[in-house]
Design a protein around this ligand. Structure first.
Ligand code: 5AD
Ligand code: SF4
Length: 466
């Protein structure tokens, strides 16, 4: 406070509500937006009521993404009107991938948006807000910043970050140069960019010092990360994992999302040697048919994927896999789809996300007019794939019953006295435990398994550890 001019009245904190859609990268970005605003007197709140600023951090991956944003903007009108009736003003910013992809359209069509800011430009939010605040009479300022600026947002973000809890995300890589023909990410997030190792390590150390015991390194193509190490040598992603893992106090390390082509020898060796690296890997394959993989421009075959998984499991025999699948890509025959089912049966995926293909404007696959798979066929294939994946998940969960496993308790459960945590395999685990154990890893005896979650009890001795 001492550097304020004596005449400056103390302002109450301004309130910002951030609503986050989509992937973990967006969750991370939302946190960083709040960090950027905090030094300017903004405080994060849990509901839009009474907020001075609402940020919608949007996702463009799913179908009808832009329509969902317009619906949400419509809902916010009432809150804006209430705020205006109290003599205040609720500004609205649309951030994230819909902002990037549809910025001009959003500003034109939405009558109540003040700022549209792309994922690479959110460090400029304070300046954009200052410009909006300087236009008090305007109903909607409609400032659009969807640049891919030369300065990296990572360099412009404040070092002082809010504590991010026991389990924290850390973005180390962004963007994608792979150009799968169905995907918008190379257009919304831009070209591949790796943060320097020294920056990643510094942020990781700050997070651990702030109480995080689990870190998830994030990137749209996280294992394409490469950069100069603090030792002046070129580091691979595997080398970076080893360095992060050495931070004292870090108990768990994860990363997501990976591409099969970027799994190299050093990464496989890291899975063998790095104890804190969890035995769970999200490694999207999309399809089990080489013809479809080629049409998707995935640049790997089903056999390549099988080989990579085989080598990873040799290195880490307890590794469990998760994946993304798309059914009904243009040209997908019943035989192609059965190749996907065969791959799933063979590899086994205790967790997975599966989608019906749907065209995204601006992507090459959206131009394909031949071989379009009818909606009913897509729905049938998705149901068959999900039935198989559901069985695999339930079997994997059932195999946990009777086991003792470390669980990171990170949130309250549904009932009083109940807490929810995550197993090493990311399964949600419900158990009775005192709140004092929140943010800790405790040993749990697994007593029951459902289709999605596990239930257990604290192992002997754990309660007194509180
Ligand atoms: N149609 C269906 N699913 C898609 N995904 C990405 N783009 C599309 C699309 N056009 C899925 C992929 C990706 C996940 C994040 O979303 O499986 O890995
Ligand atoms: Fe999209 Fe992933 Fe393909 Fe990149 S590798 S284009 S992010 S699906």
């Amino acid at each position: 406070m001492s550097d304020l001019p004596p005449s400056t009245p103390l302002q109450p904190p301004k309130k910002v509500f951030v609503k986050t859609y989509g992937c973990q990268m967006n969750v991370y970005d939302s946190g960083r937006m709040v960090d950027t605003l905090a030094p300017k007197g903004w405080e994060s709140v849990e509901t839009p009521e009474g907020a001075d600023l609402v940020i919608l951090n949007t996702c463009h991956i799913r179908e009808k993404a832009a329509e969902k944003v317009f619906t949400e903007l419509g809902r916010l009108r009432e809150h804006q009107a209430n705020r205006a009736a109290q003599g205040g003003r609720m500004m609205i910013a649309v951030a994230g991938c819909v902002a990037q992809a549809e910025g001009a359209e959003l500003a034109r069509r939405a009558g109540n948006v003040d700022i549209v800011v792309g994922p690479q430009a959110y460090h400029r939010l304070p300046d954009l807000l200052a410009r909006v605040e300087a236009m008090p009479g305007r109903k909607a300022a409609r400032l659009v910043d969807t640049d891919f600026p030369v300065e990296s947002k990572f360099d412009a973000l404040p070092e002082e970050a809010s504590a991010r809890g026991a389990s924290a995300f850390l973005a180390i890589q962004e963007g994608c140069d792979k150009f799968c023909t169905f995907c918008v990410v190379p257009y919304t997030r831009g070209a591949e960019f790796s943060r320097p190792a020294a920056d990643v390590l510094a942020e990781a150390r700050r997070l651990v010092a702030g109480g995080s015991i689990e870190l998830t390194l994030l990137g749209q193509n996280v294992n394409a990360w490469h950069g100069d190490g603090p030792d002046g040598r070129a580091w691979s992603f595997g080398r970076l994992l080893r360095a992060v893992a050495e931070i004292p106090g870090l108990d768990r390390l994860r990363y997501t999302t990976s591409h099969p082509l970027e799994v190299d020898d050093e990464l496989i060796a890291a899975h063998r040697d790095v104890g804190v690296l969890m035995p769970f890997l999200h490694l999207p394959v999309q399809s089990g048919s080489d013809r479809i993989l080629a049409a998707m421009n995935r640049r790997h075959t089903a056999e390549h994927y099988r080989r990579v998984v085989g080598r990873l499991r040799e290195a880490r025999p307890d590794l469990a896999l998760s994946s993304d699948f798309i059914v009904g890509f243009p040209g997908e025959s019943e035989e192609d789809f059965e190749a996907t089912l065969a791959l799933v049966r063979e590899v086994g995926f205790p967790q997975a996300f599966s989608f019906k293909y749907s065209p995204r404007p601006g992507t090459p696959a959206a131009e394909v007019k031949e071989g379009v798979v009818p909606e009913v066929v897509k729905a049938d294939r998705l149901a068959r794939l999900q039935a198989l994946l559901g069985r695999q998940m339930a079997e994997f969960n059932a195999s946990m019953v009777g086991r003792r496993m470390p669980v990171l308790l990170d949130r309250p459960g549904k009932r009083p006295g109940q807490r929810l945590g995550r197993s090493p395999y990311m399964q949600p685990v419900h158990l009775d435990a005192p709140e004092s154990l929140d943010g800790r890893i405790v040993d749990v005896i697994i007593e029951g398994a459902g289709p999605i979650a596990l239930a257990g009890r604290l192992a002997d001795g754990e309660r007194t550890a509180a």
